[in-house]
Design a protein around this ligand. Structure first.
Ligand SMILES: Cc1ncc(COP(=O)(O)O)c(C=O)c1O
Length: 412
């Protein structure tokens, strides 16, 4: 992705059709249905012979405008916006998984993704094969003729592991398996997904893109790089002219049936969020680096994890994939869970809240919150430790944040 033109591409994406009033920002079309002049026109719209909106669960002008901006920014073949990041993940896998198929995945996943795989999809006869993504041989060995995808998060959360997608993509290409990656953690201004070998991205736009946690949302980004006829579910379908079989099935069947569409109000807010994404990302990343560096030598802190630090085992791949700009999330380990609680309770500027990449700095103790419903054994598999605090750095002045964290550490 060309960094210099990222914001310009987003801000200057042309409307699908000129606005009758010349609105400079795309308006919110808050209606459910669209009317047609005659029966032939509405039939043509339903049969996709003309490019027109019929019903907002299927498509909506404000949502399409948001999708077009992401398409321009990412260089993807097609983009579909949905109600949440989880809707993006579930819709993507309901499109490709079938009873008897398997997904090769990192076990280090956002809690609901883990639960979707292990509880929801498993009940439909889909096997989840967890692998250590640092072990390329393990990935190769786990793949067979029923593997419908390899899946991982770009930077795992809260462990901050980074899989070497460049190496993994060579294995997947040789075995003809699509790579689906949750890229919520790093937006397109800092990362070229297509170059890294990703076929499909799933993103929670609730995070960086929403522009200050204004709304929940998700997108599925299809680079059109995988030939889906290798997947048994697609073998009887004929590829349409301008989209992949994946997007065809996703748009014409799965998303209509599941109905988790993005609302026009959300698309409006998140389109504005996209316009300021790059400046927010760069500012937040600078502060995250400064804080992680500063506190890594603090006597009360056992460990700080941020992939730009020399101590991170993922520094080299982080520098390669993200041009040395790995975002706003870092973690800090203290000596005990009790210390984590004492520290968190003393914070004054940093908020105790879940979510990531708000304009406000957030801290959370993942083991007792996001992962609280998992058994101790599962937490072990997922690598979630009770001495760890996750930070998402916002846009406050970095010196104020430093002081707040420094002060709270006095209570440990
Ligand atoms: C990496 C990652 N993926 C997906 C999700 C789910 O996104 P949403 O809350 O928008 O459904 C989250 C939420 O925290 C996340 O951190």
């Amino acid at each position: 992705m060309n960094n210099q033109s990222f914001s310009t591409k987003i801000i200057s994406t042309a409307f699908q059709k000129p606005d009758v009033h010349g609105a400079i920002t795309f308006p919110i079309y808050r209606n459910a249905a669209f009317e047609f002049a005659d029966s032939e026109s509405i039939a043509a719209a339903f049969q996709s012979r003309i490019d027109a909106h019929t019903y907002s669960r299927i498509s909506n002008p404000t949502v399409t405008n948001f999708e077009r901006k992401i398409k321009a920014a990412s260089g993807a073949e097609s983009v579909l916006a949905l109600a949440t990041g989880m809707a993006a993940i579930t819709n993507a896998f309901f499109t490709i998984a079938y009873a008897g198929s398997n997904i090769v995945s990192s076990p280090h996943l956002f809690g609901n993704t883990f639960s979707f795989f292990k509880a929801t999809l498993s009940a439909f006869g889909v096997e989840i094969r967890f692998v250590d993504t640092n072990d390329l041989q393990q990935i190769a060995d786990a793949i067979d003729e029923n593997t419908c995808a390899f899946f991982a998060e770009l930077i795992t959360n809260p462990h901050l592991e980074i899989a070497n997608l460049l190496e993994i993509s060579k294995i997947l290409k040789a075995k003809n398996v699509p790579m689906i990656i949750d890229t919520t953690i790093i937006p397109w201004c800092a990362f070229d997904a297509k170059k890294a070998g990703i076929d499909i991205e799933v993103v929670s736009t609730t995070k960086y893109i929403s522009g200050g946690a204004t709304s929940t949302g998700g997108v599925i980004v299809d680079y059109g790089t995988y030939d889906w006829t290798a997947n048994k579910k697609f073998s009887t379908l004929t590829k349409p002219k301008d989209i992949s079989l994946f997007t065809f099935k996703l748009r014409s069947e799965i998303t209509r049936n599941l109905g988790a569409c993005m609302s026009p109000d959300t698309a409006y807010m998140q389109s504005l969020g996209l316009e300021s994404l790059q400046v927010r990302y760069e500012q937040m990343s600078r502060s995250a680096y400064e804080l992680s560096q500063y506190f890594s030598t603090h006597p009360k802190v056992v460990n700080v994890n941020y992939s730009k630090l020399e101590t991170s085992p993922y520094k080299a791949i982080s520098d390669t994939l993200f041009s040395g700009n790995p975002g706003a999330m870092f973690t800090m380990s203290l000596a005990s869970k009790a210390d984590c609680y004492k520290f968190m309770d003393a914070l004054k500027i940093v908020r105790r809240a879940t979510n990531l990449f708000d304009n406000k700095t957030l801290a959370i103790h993942p083991e007792s919150t996001i992962y609280c419903s998992f058994s101790p054994e599962m937490k072990k598999v997922m690598g979630v430790e009770d001495t760890l605090i996750r930070f998402s750095v916002g846009l406050e002045n970095v010196e104020d944040l430093k002081q707040d964290i420094e002060n709270a550490l006095k209570f440990v």
